[in-house]
Design a protein around this ligand. Structure first.
Ligand code: HEM
Length: 413
């Protein structure tokens, strides 16, 4: 496996028979830490090019950082999934449903206005208060891994349960229910069939309804508790609270696990960068930010134009689909010098891994805290951590609508 970024500049895709050479979007990564090599031609058309979607339609592809920021704040580009021009999640990829989030869940209607998740409390302060809990979760999972002995799959033994439990803790799920919550979340997001996922969602909603009843008598300090207090003023209804865990898990469970696993893989592949981190010479906040930039795990952010938009010398017509290719946006050389290099010293905080504008990720502070704690704990607990198989055997997830990641990450220590 040649994992050098130069490959991107020389890659020339062969056009499908009878078609112009439009880059297909989305694609899976061959080299887990790099954008799919098939995106290379898009660099030539930066900041705005054309791609072919899996349903055969063509769409605009935003690859420049400044243009992405501008367009993500432009109300003429909408996230309305009911718009006929919007790409339905099941049309993202033929492979969706065989792995990764179920299309039914990705098409979660719960995050569109007026149904956007009510998360006024997901502030830096709340996240800071969660840090000791996140540390306990990481320590417990790593102890479990240690007891089982090497090798271990870091995705299933650490990254996935940690991110599910982090969301459970954020919501105020009691500790004794953690196993149920994590199991339900696993089936919800990685169920083999849409029916399995739907059953898990129904179970989760039933459980949340019971939890809300319990909390009415024994309030706690989770997000659900805060929202119930707010509900007392009549601003939220029970149905929204009951669906909130499913919505947050759809948004934040697998995405965060993908990032943590991919970050660990990247550090194991680059011992020189890991050594700096281990020497404690760089703040973990900087490490997390640079990994978020460089790994750019969201496969793409989607919009549909609801009016004509004249921009960058082109016209995006009303009804046309626009994809923001985060992996390339975060490697825009006009913004990030030597973008292919991992550089803990660069100010990377303005990457767009969390999007931008009104829909910027509401879980971003939680993700940052988790990434810092997960990596810090992992490499402290296992100073000799290494890949248990050759890097070439570690496979990326198929192209999917949520985020890029690894199928498995076998490690030993
Ligand atoms: C590595 C992990 C994550 C990444 C890369 C990520 C990325 C993103 C991106 C790119 C968006 C913007 C989508 C758009 O503009 O259409 C978004 C939105 C959102 N994210 Fe995340 N996310 C992550 C984890 C989380 C977590 C852990 C939570 C919650 C606990 C969360 C909750 C949300 C919500 C509620 C929105 C919708 C915001 C809105 O529309 O106002 N995310 N995320």
């Amino acid at each position: 496996m040649k994992c050098i970024m130069d490959d991107l500049t020389v890659y020339t895709p062969s056009p499908p028979a009878g078609q112009n050479a439009l880059v297909v979007f989305p694609q899976a990564r061959e080299c887990p830490e790099l954008p799919p090599s098939g995106y290379a031609p898009l660099r030539g058309s930066a900041p705005l090019g054309r791609v072919m979607l899996r349903d055969g339609r063509s769409a605009w592809a935003v690859t420049g950082h400044a243009l992405a920021r501008e367009l993500l704040s432009d109300p003429r580009l909408s996230r309305d999934r009911s718009h006929p021009g919007f790409l339905a999640p099941e049309e993202w990829s033929a492979e969706v449903g065989t792995h990764g989030a179920s299309p039914a869940l990705v098409a979660d209607p719960g995050d569109e206005a007026p149904h956007r998740p009510p998360l006024p409390y997901l502030t830096p302060r709340r996240t800071a208060a969660l840090r000791p809990h996140l540390q306990r979760i990481a320590d417990r999972l790593l102890t479990g891994m240690e007891r089982q002995g090497p090798p271990a799959d870091l995705v299933s033994a650490f990254a996935l349960p940690m991110s599910a439990l982090a969301i459970g803790t954020l919501l105020g799920v009691p500790y004794e229910d953690h196993d149920f919550f994590e199991g339900c979340s696993g089936r919800l997001l990685r169920g083999r069939t849409v029916r399995e996922a739907a059953t898990a969602r129904a179970e989760l909603e039933r459980y949340t309804g019971q939890l809300l009843d319990r909390k009415r008598h024994e309030p706690g300090d989770g997000l659900l508790d805060d929202l119930m207090r707010q509900d007392g003023q009549g601003s939220l209804d029970r149905a929204r609270l009951v669906t909130l865990p499913g919505t947050l898990l759809a948004r934040g469970h697998e995405t965060t696990a993908d990032l943590v696993a991919l970050a660990a893989f990247t550090l194991l592949r680059h011992p020189e960068h890991l050594a700096v981190l281990r020497a404690g010479k760089t703040p973990m906040t900087a490490v997390a930010e640079e990994l978020l930039r460089c790994l750019a795990t969201p496969n793409g952010i989607l919009r549909v134009a609801v009016e004509d938009v004249e921009i960058a010398g082109r016209t995006i017509r009303s009804g046309e689909c626009v994809v923001f290719v985060t992996a390339l946006i975060n490697r825009d050389a006009t913004v990030f010098a030597e973008p292919e290099t991992l550089d803990w010293d660069r100010p990377a905080g303005h990457h767009l891994a969390f999007g931008s504008g009104v829909h910027e990720c509401l879980g971003r502070n939680l993700v940052r805290a988790q990434l810092e704690i997960a990596l810090g704990s992992l490499f402290t607990r296992f100073p000799g951590l290494r890949l248990a198989v050759p890097a070439e055997e570690i496979r990326s997830k198929p192209a999917n609508p949520t985020s890029d990641g690894l199928l498995e990450l076998p490690v030993a220590w």
